[in-house]
Design a protein around this ligand. Structure first.
Ligand code: G3H
Ligand code: ZN
Length: 286
């Protein structure tokens, strides 16, 4: 169960890795990396990613990899922004959901997140629900511009405490200086704020750090030390896939066999994922 691993992350000071995928080769790379390093892992599909691979396909492919490798691979519905989308993922058998109503005013966010928690738990008492509070800028891609974070974007610890009590979420994604994607500027993480939010939400609610691409090894280690239990990586996997694919197409212009063209991309993604799992300290944690 995810809950048991989450409990261990805070007791033993490491983090679970969460990696996004939208097609089966990225999922294969993630599963193989987790298997090689004996790491429990989450894989996630945003609404767009899930649309590409298919809802049933995502659930059943993850099940197949879980069976093949015999390791815990949990499927998360990442940044689901409507109740209908949340409901579809719950009904399809996802293990975890990020009910992301962070774009709404506080009270509305509470209302929609609570509704998601109640529905999801009534269908599957073991499901893990994450809420999001604060404003996270950026998108999971390479961004040429500087992304400036304003102090009003950041999650306030006292609001975080109220949010988790009123919604009943298991996990919270705060805005603590993190950015989705890779921007021209490095993220400037407020570790003190992570610690204050962790205190405010209590030991039974776990914190998730989004926007892991472009962060340094020391950022990750300090974030885990401050109270982060899970870290999301997407852009760096997308970049590894695309860069390797471009290189392969250039080097083998005559090649037409898809699995031959895609193999270097799988290897490149696997390398990124293994690197992150080592930094997160999730190696040999099965
Ligand atoms: O939910 C997805 C993540 O927060 C990914 O962020 O693209 O910056 O790695 P990233
Ligand atoms: Zn995210």
């Amino acid at each position: 169960m995810i809950k048991n691993y989450l409990k261990r992350t805070t007791e033993e000071k490491w983090a679970l890795g969460h990696f996004n995928f939208s097609e089966d080769d990225a999922l294969r790379a993630i599963a193989q990396a987790a298997f090689n390093l004996k790491a429990p892992i989450l894989v996630g599909t945003s609404e767009g990613e899930r649309k590409h691979i298919g809802l049933k396909q995502a659930v059943n492919l993850v099940k197949a990899f879980r069976e093949e490798f015999g390791i815990p691979i949990f499927l998360n519905a990442d940044h689901h922004k409507s109740f209908d989308a949340v409901k579809e993922a719950v009904d399809a058998g996802y293990d975890a959901i990020l009910a992301d109503f962070s774009a709404l005013p506080f009270e509305e966010n509470v209302k929609m997140t609570k509704q998601s928690v109640e529905y999801a738990k009534s269908k599957n008492p073991d499901i893990i629900i994450e809420g999001e509070l604060g404003y996270m800028r950026g998108e999971s891609k390479l961004q040429k511009e500087i992304i400036e974070i304003k102090s009003e974007d950041l999650t306030k610890p006292e609001e975080a405490g109220r949010f988790v009590r009123e919604t009943g979420v298991d996990m919270l994604a705060p805005a603590v200086g993190n950015i989705h994607g890779i921007a021209a500027n490095a993220p400037n993480i407020d570790f003190q704020r992570i610690g204050d939010i962790k205190k405010a939400v209590g030991s039974e609610v776990y914190l998730v750090l989004h926007g892991g691409s472009g962060m340094s090894e020391s950022d990750f280690k300090n974030a885990i030390e401050a109270g982060i239990s899970m870290i999301h990586i997407n852009t760096e996997i997308r970049v590894a896939f695309t860069e390797a694919l471009r290189k392969t197409l250039e080097e083998m212009p005559e090649e037409t066999t898809p699995y031959k063209i895609l193999t270097p991309s799988i290897e490149a993604m696997k390398k990124v994922i293994e690197e992150k799992l080592r930094i997160f300290g999730s190696v040999s944690k099965l």
